[in-house]
Design a protein around this ligand. Sequence first.
Ligand code: FE
Ligand code: FE
Ligand code: ZN
Length: 172
Amino acid sequence: MALKTLQDLFVDELKDVYSAEKQILQALPKMAKASSSPDLRRAFETHREQTENQVARLDTIFKQLGASPRGKRCKGMEGLLEEGSERVQDEGEEAVIDAGLIAAAQRVEHYEIAAYGCLQAYATLLGQEKAATLLEETLQEEEAADQLLSKLANGGINQAALSVVGESVEEE
Ligand code: FE
Ligand code: FE
Ligand code: ZN
């Protein structure tokens, strides 16, 4: 597509993150189901609800812009979630799998933080204050989600994974 203005880039990147959020909505219930730690499961469930709100914020922004949210597939998120689905399917020790689910989810959160940070900056530069505020709200939720995952990892799940006594199997 032709990117002639920052506004063009803003809309295109909005479509990308809209696609990303829609994909995440499908993935989070599977991540929750694969979690053994009740705290981790709750974190994924809560983030699913937040993600619905994030999609609604994007819908509001697209409405204000008079643009359609459709037309783009976020390949970055597709790849991240493909890796995450490996963890969902993995068999083994519960704590180790939980640690792996966190690692996959934090990659997703960091991708979103990068996307929303850029979008929020563009909205501000373009003088679209309402959009900037909505994007900032989502950015803060993504940052909080990332921090909660770190807290769960460092607050017991990684240690539990370390404590598992088993034989590592090198595949291939
Ligand atoms: Fe999100
Ligand atoms: Fe993308
Ligand atoms: Zn997120």
